[in-house]
Structure formats: C-alpha cells, structure tokens
Design a protein around this ligand. Sequence first.
Ligand code: MN
Length: 409
Amino acid sequence: MPEQSSPLDLAEGDPFGPHNLPYGVFSTPDHPEDRRVGVRIGNHVLDAGAAAHALGSPYAQLLAQPDLTALLSAGRTAWRDVRRALTAWVTVPAHRADIEPLLHPVDAVTLHLPYAVADYVDFYASENHATNVGKIFRPNAEALTPNWKHLPIGYHGRSGTVVVSGTDVVRPSGQRKAPTDPAPVFGPSVKLDIEAEVGFVVGVGSEQGRPVPLGGFRDHVFGLCLLNDWSARDIQAWEYVPLGPFLGKSFATSVSAWVTPLEALEAARIAPPARDFPLLPYLEDAGEEEAGGLDLRISVAINGQVVAEPPFATMYWTAAQMLAQMTVNGASLRTGDLYGSGTVSGAEPGQRGSLLELTWNGSEPLDLPDGKRTFLEDGDTVTMTAWAPGPDGTRVGLGEVTGRIVPAS
Ligand code: MN
C-alpha cells in the first residue's frame, strides 16, 4: 500500500495550488462559534492564525482573527509579506509537521462571509451586456445610452443583503406591471434571474474628498470574488425609471466564500480594451501600469448543466476605472467595500451572463435536462465557477458561488 499522502502533495495543475492561496473564514462543527481566517490549499483549508502562532510568525496579529478585516486594512506591503509567508508554510518541507495538523478538509468546515461588507456598488461594465439589455428593453432606441462609453455606469446597492455562497435565496415578491397589464399586481417575481459578475473587495480605505486615481487601484483593492447579482426582472422593469435598480436587486447578492488576492492574478493581467475615443483624463488608462483588464473565464451552471461561459476579458471598463469613477466626486472608500463589475457577457450567445440575455427575455427558452427554462424556478441551484491563467501554464481557481432558489415566503 502506498504511504498516506499529505494534503500538501497536490496533483499537478491543481487550481488551488500554492500559486493561488485565496482567503476565507471558516468554522468547524465542534466549534461552530469560533470563526477563523482560512487559506485554501487544494481541497483543504489551513487555519492561518493557528499556523502563524505555531511558526512564531509576526503576522499572527493579522491572521488570528475572526474575519479578514485586519488583513484587508493592513495594506499592500503587508498583503505581499503575508502571502510570501503563507507560500513558504505550505511549500517548505520543514514546516510540514507544524502545518499538516492545521489543515481541515474544505468539505468538513462551514465557510462564512469573510468580512463585513461596508458599501456595495454594482456597475454595468460589459458592452455586450449593456447592448443586449438595451435591445431587449428599448428596441426602438440606440442600444447603448449616450453616456455609456464616457463613464462606467453604476448604482449603490444594499450591503446588508450580501450573502456567502451556499445561502438559500428566497424568491422576492413585489410590484410588477407588464406593458399589457391594465394595473400593477403584487406577488412573487415570475422573472427571477442571475447576473454573473466579478466582485472587487476594497482593503484600504480612502479619505473623503480625495479621489482615488487609476494608479491607486492596487493600493486599495485587495482581491476579487465571484458574485451573483440575483435580479427580479419584472420588479426591476416596473420600478427602475427614473432612479435605477432598487427592490428588484436588493433582496440578495451572493459572493464566493474565497477572496482571491490580486497578487495571485498577475499572469491574468491583460491590456485594457481599445477605446473608440480618448477618455477624460481620470479614466484614461492607456499606458497606466497599475490598471488594465483581467482574463477570467467564468462558467454558469443551473442544476449542474453549464448554460454560459462569460469571458471577463471582454469587459469594456476595468476594475481600476470603476474605482476611479466611484471616488472621483470625493466619495470615500472603507475597508470591506465591495463593487461588482456588472453582468459579464461575451459576444457569443453562449457567453451571456444572464437569463434575460440567454433566453432573450423569455422568448427563447433554454433546454435543460429537467425541462425548458426561461427564468429561475423554485428549487433551481445556480453555480458559478471561474479560473484565470496562472504562472507557468497553471490555472488559478476562483471560489465558486452557488445558491438555491426557495419559494417566496
Ligand atoms: Mn448587476
């Protein structure tokens, strides 16, 4: 019989290898109240605070915590140093005896929302998505509104209803009025949808009155997660004019339990897209080293069946531009702020990140193994996964975000 292998002996090409090391918060069944910072390695979670104590690390103060707040606010130099230390802990053979007892199978722990979400903003940064939505909702007008290519459009969402992956989503109720209805009606949404997005997590805050320039992106943003901006299209369509999304969005937003540090995504950095015309200086990113796009390959599945593969590389606006936009008026950032990219949709029909687009507002149902689908049905489980190119041909796996629809209460 072969010797029992160590959880640290990962299969070649494991997307959660030592080149990745995303952060989360977990508890174990025997101590459900004891939340701890965890770092994922393969299919295990390293109790990072206990490891720091065991190895006499100066970073115990940042890692032996019930959530990621201390680490997020510590800043870019600390992020780099902690990551270097963690990399050594999971790769240097001399540390194995200390580290192995502190690894928990990821399936045996409970994962929690890893930080208190401060403010939540959601953008609309995919040209393909914005064009599709324009065609569906405003068929007689230009698909893109006149402002779209001048600034990243966004709205302030509801941070208190951001939930961690695995949390059930209760079907929202509200007012809706189809164009053919004589009057609005109230009831459970009949057009419950998904939005496949990437969420960016702010670590270091900023001072009110001082905009964050494009070049400040990596000083303020710690990492990213997958995000599902659940959307009730019927509620949204009736309420959104003229102030934008409100109750059709605010009932739940799901995020992955793992925050992938930007440092793990160096190999995924790509040039920003070509622009049709020069942007105003605060958004102009030509030659801006710290900004640029990211090559993330997202996959969306309903009840296990893949329905879309949206490519984040196609986004028109970058995360750095979104950050510059949301602070250009002097609005401050706080540790734990979260901003979503907006639905990621590629140019191909199979790359659309919402059912609104995939079924063209319900007119072209999807064929799933359990029947046709226009919008989500009670009991449906939506799971998003993603990966990015890593160093030396590896892949960096992002934590999945999943949620099941339960009937309206
Ligand atoms: Mn959205």
